[in-house]
Design a protein around this ligand. Structure first.
Ligand code: NAP
Length: 267
C-alpha cells in the first residue's frame, strides 16, 4: 500500500526505460513487507539528480549509464572500493548524508566463485565502468587477468590498475584463457547482432560470461554454448548487484529467487 509514509528509492540513468530495476526492487519490497517504492528517472544531469535525492529525501538510488562516474563529485562520502574502481552504482541516504558504493564489483564474481577463479587466466573484454568493477572483483579473488579493449590506452590503463596484462583486440585469438568475460555493450540491444569475442577462439573447456542482460542470450553466449563452453548470462550479476543494493538500503537480505522470478516472468 502506498501512503504518506512510503519511502522512495529510484534509479538514475539515460536511457533508463529498459531498466529491470523497478521489477526487481519493488517485488523484493513487497516480499519483505517494506513500505517503499522504486521508480526509474531518466535524467540529464548528475548534480540535479543528487539535488533531487536531498530535496525529496529519497532513501536510496541506483546509478546507471552514463552517470556512474559523474555522480561521484556530488555525493558526501565514497566507499574506498568504489573510489578505487572509479564508479558508484549505489547511493545510500543515511540521515541526509549521501554515501556511494559499487555493488557491481562483488556481484561480478558471485556467479564465478563456485567455478573457481584463483590462479585461472581470465580475459576481460572491455575497459569501461563494468570492466573496472569486474577486474577489481577478479583481482580480489586472485585471478590472472588479461584485458583487451578497442581503445588500447584505456585498456592499458585498466590493466596497470589491477596488475594485469593488456592484449590488443586483434591479438585475442592468441590468448589461452580459462574464463572469458564480455563487459562491453556489444551484444546488447541495439547491438544484439554483434559479437564481442571471436567464436573461433572459444574452446569447450572455457567458462564464458557476458555482463549484457538485454538480451539474456547474446551472440557470444550462443557461440560459446555451441562450442560446449560453460556459460553465465548477465542476469546473475544483475541480480547480485541489486541484492547488495537492497541490503545496503534496508539492512535486510532479499530473496534473490523472488527478484529473478519477477524478471523471468515479465517481458
Ligand atoms: P562503458 O563504460 O560505456 O564501457 C563500454 C565498453 O564497451 C568500453 O570498453 C568500449 O570500448 C566498449 N565498446 C562499446 N562499443 C564498442 C564497439 N562497437 N566495439 C568495441 N568495443 C566497444 O559502459 P559500461 O558501464 O561498462 O557498460 C557496458 C555493458 O555492461 C552494458 O551493456 C551494461 O548494460 C552492462 N552492465 C551489466 C551489469 C550487470 O549487472 N549485468 C552491470 C553493469 C553494466 P572503448 O573503450 O574502446 O570505447
Amino acid at each position: 500500500m502506498i501512503d504518506a509514509a512510503t519511502r522512495l528509492y529510484c534509479v538514475f540513468g539515460n536511457p533508463v526505460r529498459h531498466s529491470k530495476g523497478p521489477l526487481i526492487h519493488n517485488e523484493a519490497f513487497k516480499d519483505k513487507g517494506i513500505n517503499a517504492v522504486y521508480l526509474a528517472f531518466e535524467v540529464q544531469d548528475a548534480a540535479k539528480a543528487v539535488q533531487a535525492v536531498r530535496t525529496l529525501d529519497i532513501q536510496g538510488a541506483s546509478v546507471t549509464i552514463p552517470f556512474k562516474e559523474s555522480i561521484m563529485a556530488h555525493i558526501d562520502w565514497i566507499d574506498p572500493l568504489a573510489r578505487a574502481i572509479g564508479a558508484v552504482n549505489t547511493i545510500v541516504n543515511e540521515d541526509g548524508v549521501l554515501k556511494g558504493y559499487n555493488t557491481d564489483c562483488l556481484a561480478a564474481v558471485v556467479p564465478l566463485v563456485p567455478l573457481g577463479i584463483s590462479g585461472k587466466t581470465v580475459c576481460i573484454v572491455g575497459a569501461g565502468g563494468a570492466a573496472r568493477a569486474v577486474a577489481h572483483g577478479i583481482a580480489a579473488e586472485n585471478g590472472d587477468i588479461i584485458i583487451t579493449n578497442r581503445t588500447e590506452q584505456k585498456g592499458q590503463a585498466l590493466a596497470e590498475t589491477v596488475n594485469a596484462r593488456f592484449i590488443p583486440a586483434n591479438e585475442v585469438t592468441k590468448i589461452q584463457a580459462d574464463v572469458v568475460i564480455n563487459t562491453t555493450s556489444i551484444g546488447m540491444i541495439p547491438k544484439a547482432d554483434q559479437i564481442s569475442f571471436p567464436p573461433d577462439a572459444l574452446t569447450s573447456d572455457m567458462v564464458v560470461m557476458d555482463v549484457v542482460y538485454a538480451p539474456l542470450r547474446t551472440r557470444l553466449l550462443d557461440a560459446a554454448q555451441q562450442k560446449g563452453c560453460t556459460t553465465i548470462d548477465g542476469l546473475s550479476m544483475f541480480i547480485a548487484q541489486a541484492a547488495a543494493q537492497f541490503e545496503l538500503w534496508t539492512g535486510i537480505t532479499p530473496d534473490t529467487d523472488v527478484m529473478r522470478g519477477n524478471i523471468l516472468t515479465t517481458d
